[in-house]
Design a protein around this ligand. Structure first.
Ligand code: SAM
Length: 250
């Protein structure tokens, strides 16, 4: 998979990639991340990439010339997605969509954002990592790159755990424990030490259901509620208190 990132702070993104598992994947040729400096295409001696907004107002705006020139010089993989609070909300489903592509590209804004012609005529879409405003798209780009790359088989080398974790089937993940079995009197649930793999799998699923019910009822609603079989599973482990009504119940 190839991911191109366009930014005025290439070192920020490079450093992040380099210092994480992504860097290893890149060095070993499993992931092709290319970071491009938007200033490299600035035409004036000050390497300006921003200018004041037409119509007045606070802040500066990224100019079209250097951004178009930087992208056109590279012909990066499409879609080219502009990171923006006004974009489509990035979540695990979007990460999966992007992970299925051969590649894609990200444009990081700064200041008040980018000239509207960049959004309209250069980019193919927009992504937001949440309803808050960052000072630039770099952190958002890093979020997207990491979340996507770990879903690409062979990139991070642990597909089984990616399949098991939060959101993979619309649920939050079950709790994990490691040694010691007794830490300050807090013990690991007996079932995890039982060696009964069928029961462990059922317990984990019940825990994932319970955790999602308690913390993210919106996710339960989105997947159509709790089935009769899941209700039974919760009851098996005493986790069936306060269940919402299910569609398939009388
Ligand atoms: N004036 C813009 C607005 O109100 O939508 C915000 C600009 S913000 C200070 C600067 C840059 O940070 C944006 O161009 C965008 O690239 C990035 N950014 C800020 N919040 C973001 C978010 N929630 N998701 C993705 N990118 C974000």
């Amino acid at each position: 998979m190839r991911i191109d990132v366009f930014t005025i702070f290439p070192q920020m993104v490079e450093h992040f990639v380099d210092q994480s598992l992504l860097g290893r994947a890149r060095r070993e040729g499993r992931l092709d991340v290319r970071v491009h400096d938007l200033r490299s295409c600035a035409t004036d001696p000050h390497r300006s990439v921003d200018d004041a907004p037409f119509g007045g107002g606070a802040g500066m705006v990224l100019m079209p010339e250097p951004v178009f020139a930087a992208v056109e010089a590279v012909d990066p993989p499409r879609p080219l997605l502009y990171l923006s609070p006004a974009g489509r909300r990035f979540d695990q489903a979007v990460a999966r969509e992007l992970a299925a592509l051969e590649g894609f590209s990200l444009l990081c804004g700064r200041y008040e954002g980018v000239d509207e012609r960049i959004r309209e005529h250069l980019c193919d879409g927009e992504l937001s990592i949440g309803d808050f405003v960052l000072s630039g798209g770099e952190v958002a780009a890093m979020v997207v790159v990491e979340a996507v790359a770990r879903l690409v088989p062979g990139v991070m080398g642990n597909v089984a755990s990616a399949e098991d974790e939060s959101f993979s089937d619309g649920l939050l993940e079950y709790p994990h424990y490691t040694r010691p079995a007794n830490f300050r009197g807090w013990t690991v649930p007996e079932v995890l030490r039982s060696g009964d793999h069928g029961r462990i799998a059922r317990w984990r699923r019940a825990q994932a259901l319970r955790r999602t019910l308690d913390r993210r009822p919106d996710l339960i609603e989105a997947r159509g509620g709790i089935s009769a079989e899941e209700r039974k599973l919760l009851a098996e482990f005493g986790l069936d208190g306060d269940l919402p009504p299910t569609g398939d119940e009388p």
